[in-house]
Design a protein around this ligand. Structure first.
Ligand SMILES: [Zn+2]
Length: 169
């Protein structure tokens, strides 16, 4: 059974997550569950806080499971390089129904370990760079809305509050 994903406004989404220190069966189960939840949503990335777990674990699959070998499991990821600029529409499984154009660097290098604790370096441009940054943001307690300024952000937050008051969030 998949848990419902945590949505904007829940404290766990707005708080930095703790590093993983134990690479055991429990972590393996969490990763499997996150991958299943990401594919079911469907989405191209999911962070553990969205699944209700305050740990620095993210999964990304730009093919949403349609191609083998595209799944990335990032444990304790850190951004080591950012270059350039891209302006694209971005959404989030924790902010369903809303998207916005978010400026982000076009190239990213991330250092992380995999589910077994083995070091990995991932370099991405375009959509992959955006997904990597979006997921590391989640682990730092930041959502794409926090990268917006002014009217656009206020408008979305107001609509979410209205939905929440109506019991539809
Ligand atoms: Zn997200």
């Amino acid at each position: 059974m998949l848990r419902p994903l945590v949505k904007y406004g829940a404290a766990g989404l707005h708080t930095p997550a703790a590093p993983v220190t134990t690479f055991d069966d429990e972590l393996a189960r969490l990763v499997d569950e996150m991958v299943a939840a990401m594919y079911a949503a469907p989405g191209i990335g999911l962070a553990a806080p969205q699944d209700g777990v305050p740990l620095r674990v993210s999964v990304i699959d730009l093919s949403v499971g349609k191609k083998g070998g595209e799944l990335l499991t990032l444990v304790n990821p850190e951004i080591t390089e950012l270059d350039g600029l891209q302006l694209e529409e971005e959404g989030c499984l924790s902010i369903p129904g809303f998207t916005a154009t978010v400026p982000r660097p076009d190239r990213t290098v991330v250092r992380a370990v995999d589910r077994n604790g083995r070091p990995q370096t991932i370099e991405g441009t375009g959509l992959l760079a955006r997904a990597l940054q979006h997921e590391v943001d989640h682990l730092d307690g930041r959502l794409f809305l926090d990268r917006l300024r002014g009217i656009k952000r206020d408008m979305i937050v107001r609509k979410i509050r209205k939905l929440d008051r109506a019991g539809k969030w």
